[in-house]
Write a protein that binds this ligand. Structure first.
Ligand code: PEP
Ligand code: MN
Length: 346
């Protein structure tokens, strides 16, 4: 990782370092942080001669050689000062809430518009809505591209940025063309490296945020953070890590709630953690407690399924969506726990 003395290299300086590393078979990938741009060396960066030549350039501050499989997402990385802002909230400064339906029903767009208004009223900063759905049962509703228009219309009406899952490159391009602000990588695709690379490439020049869910089957911590690294390595570090429960399940819950992974993630990475309590437990009655536990464990945000009329929803909504009233109460309580963890300094 090349750290320049200034916030950003000039085109001539970038050309010069690119030429130096090319002699050693490497390339340069600029990573645009909120404060400054850093320059990742892509390839084998161990050659001492290459490092010495780079460090000898007057405009280079230093070369950071973090020995980590996720050197960009690592806590020790220069990107640790990067801040992600969505829906007017800078992650880490205030509890960030994403809420909305699991699945948009294209036959009932008004439910989504009503849900969007209701979650905003309840205190959400961003709206979620499933357009394409990863369904275990191949004969159930798989989503509908028409729902993308409903999602964007709800965003226009409420002014909230929107989050939607994409599962392949076609969906990715459609979502970006429509103006989706946050791309969700689901638990089933969290380790789909070609999709992660495609997303990284597609968001490289944008301020799009990626909500990366933890894979369905438990893997080591580094597996989760390395998945984020796949995206960041293309230049956009706006990544939120989303624990959402893992398999095998805790008997009675939909998954094994994994919000307690949060402090461990925070030791290893600077990335904000946004816990999804809805999929963790899979039943509306259990969601508030899981949400509060997540904040107690240090989560920076929550992603919660909610619906104005859960029983008339589709996908997961009849089982696990909160009503707007319960959502509002959960947000108030979650903010109280947040305040306990973030006492105002006087
Ligand atoms: C969802 O958010 O509705 C969803 C399918 O999530 P996950 O990938 O966590 O199952
Ligand atoms: Mn769902």
């Amino acid at each position: 990782m090349i750290l320049p003395k200034s916030n950003r290299l000039t085109p001539d300086q970038l050309a010069e370092i690119t030429a130096v590393v090319a002699e050693f078979g490497c390339q340069i990938q600029p990573i645009i942080g909120a404060v400054r741009t850093i320059y990742a060396i892509v390839g084998d960066e161990r050659d001492e001669l290459m490092i010495n030549r780079l460090e000898g350039l007057s405009y280079i501050d230093r070369i950071d050689r973090i020995q980590s499989p996720f050197k960009l997402m690592d806590r020790r990385s220069d990107l640790a000062s990067h801040r992600i802002t969505v829906g007017g909230i800078t992650l880490g400064e205030e509890l960030f809430i994403i809420a909305g339906q699991c699945t948009i029903d294209p036959k009932n767009p008004n439910f989504f518009f009503e849900t969007a208004a209701a979650v905003k009223e309840a205190g959400a900063h961003s709206l979620r809505g499933g357009v394409w759905k990863p369904r275990t049962n191949p004969y159930t509703f798989q989503g509908d591209a028409k729902s993308l228009d409903i999602l964007m219309e709800a965003s226009r009406r409420t002014g909230l940025p929107v989050d939607a899952e994409v599962m392949d490159e076609t969906q990715l391009q459609l979502a970006l063309a429509a103006g989706v602000h946050m791309l969700q990588v689901g638990a089933r695709n969290a380790l789909n490296y070609s999709l992660l690379r495609a997303i990284g490439r597609a968001v490289a020049e944008r301020d799009t945020v990626v909500l990366l869910k933890r894979a369905l089957h438990m893997g080591p911590l580094s597996e989760f953070i390395s998945a984020a690294e796949y995206i960041a390595a293309f230049g956009n570090p706006n990544i939120l890590l989303c624990p959402r429960g893992t398999a095998p399940t805790l008997d009675g819950y939909r998954n094994h709630p994994d919000e307690s992974i949060t402090p461990l993630l925070k030791e290893k990475t600077w990335a904000p953690v946004v816990v999804d309590p809805s999929h963790s437990v899979g039943k509306a009655a259990y969601v508030p407690a899981c949400a509060l536990a997540a904040v107690a464990y240090g989560a920076d945000g929550l992603c919660i399924e909610a619906h104005v009329h859960p029983s008339q929803g589709i996908g997961d909504d009849p089982k696990q969506a909160l009503t707007p009233e319960v959502l509002a109460e959960t947000i108030v309580q979650a903010k109280q726990i947040w305040a306990l963890r973030h006492p105002v300094k006087v």
